[in-house]
Design a protein around this ligand. Structure first.
Ligand code: HEM
Length: 361
């Protein structure tokens, strides 16, 4: 507590004053009420949007802390627990955001038409906080779809544009993840060159499968396995032209963490990767759900913000992914029994000292 600042005494703070309910509950101002138009559902439309904005605020608050922790070099292992916790919270909020669409969809397209014309050119497209969430996660302007040839900051106020560009020029969560992964210990050590060992294990596994296929005279399958062997190489030389966005070092470390996630030292890093995938998945689900809702509400009409509406939105669902590389890793996983065994000294180093007997395999 700050010096000289006293906590409120009995009766000085109430439920309503603490939550600033006068301001919050006084902040729903339907245009239909102002103009004397009968549009019962405009209040729902406003409340739902405002609720989202409050949740975006909370997400940005969580990102403040996660990004500050991630900015440490090296990242403090003691912080990983609370980083994972915050990322899981963000994922839970985003899931709530998807579920919230159910409530808005109780409004029929006809109910929406009662007041849609009063919204002028305003649109969720102009939500600064949404842009900040996307941008801070890692969706840079280079990867954004243009909307009617415009960039997302086209209709922003000066202050909004400044906030948006500050987020764009700062390291994003994806940049920070890349830098952190690239420093992962154990991945490229002399005593265990993971890349070489994994490559050999993959080839051995594919050969076994190919031999089985030959014995069963399934030559097509054998040819497919040959192709798979070549495709597997992509994991070690992730090509940005083929859609990879993380550096080769980071991809290799993410693969290492994923395949050896049972090692005690990797529990938290693996949970962190899972939490980021949950966030990416929830964002993509929200985008899809929102696009479907838009189709339901306005069909193929263009949006109040001027975009092609449903078409633009469903393309963002496909293309505005931030942690897609983590999903692509699954293409390159091999069963546990084909994994290259880790040398015992690495197993020991990655175990909890008090729990792992030195002679554990
Ligand atoms: C009846 C309900 C809704 C309709 C018909 C609708 C319609 C649209 C349309 C057509 C767009 C594309 C831009 C444009 O041309 O305006 C859009 C974008 C957007 N809307 Fe909605 N929306 C609805 C509800 C919501 C809600 C509840 C939110 C929550 C904040 C929201 C957030 C957004 C965001 C963030 C974008 C930008 C998406 C992007 O560029 O990737 N919308 N909306």
């Amino acid at each position: 507590m700050r010096r000289g600042v006293k906590p409120a005494g009995p009766g000085e703070i109430t439920y309503s004053s603490y939550l600033a309910l006068d301001e919050i509950l006084g902040a729903q101002r339907p245009e239909s009420a102002r103009l004397g138009v009968d549009a019962h559902d405009e209040l729902l439309f406003i409340v739902v949007h405002q609720t989202y904005e409050l949740w975006f605020k909370q997400i940005l608050h969580e990102l403040d802390r996660v990004q500050a922790d991630f900015a440490e070099r090296p990242v403090d292992d003691w912080r990983l627990g609370r980083m994972v916790h915050a990322l899981r919270r963000i994922g839970a909020i985003l899931k709530l955001g998807i579920a919230q669409i159910d409530v808005l969809e109780t409004m029929t397209p006809q109910d929406f038409l009662d007041f849609r014309g009063l919204l002028s050119t305003s649109s969720g497209f102009q939500s600064l906080q949404f842009r900040l969430v996307e941008t801070r996660l890692g969706l840079g302007s280079a990867r954004r779809l243009l909307y009617e040839g415009k960039t997302v900051d086209a209709d922003m106020s000066e202050a909004e544009r400044a906030a948006y560009h500050a987020a764009e020029t700062a390291p994003t969560l994806r940049d920070q993840l890349d830098a952190w992964l690239s420093r992962t210990p154990f991945v490229a050590e002399e005593r265990y060159p993971f890349r070489k060992a994994y490559r050999e294990a993959v080839i051995a596994m594919l050969r076994r499968e190919r031999d089985d296929a030959h014995s069963a005279e399934q030559t097509d399958e054998a040819a497919a396995i040959d192709r798979a062997a070549r495709a597997f190489e992509a994991i070690f030389e992730p090509d940005p032209k083929a859609g990879w966005s993380m550096s080769a070092k980071a991809v290799e470390a993410a693969l290492f963490i994923t395949v050896y996630r049972d090692m005690p030292a990797l529990h938290m890093p693996a949970s962190l990767l899972s939490a980021l995938m949950d966030i990416d998945e929830a964002m993509a689900l929200w985008r899809n759900r929102h696009a479907l809702m838009v189709e339901r509400m306005i069909g193929m009409r263009s949006g109040t913000g001027g975009s092609s509406g449903h078409d633009y939105l469903s393309r963002t669902a496909r293309e505005h992914r931030v942690f897609g590389d983590l999903f692509r890793l699954s293409t390159y996983l091999i069963p546990r029994d084909s994994l290259p065994p880790l040398p015992p000294e690495i197993v020991r180093d990655m175990g909890f000292v008090y729990a792992t007997p030195a002679d554990r395999p």
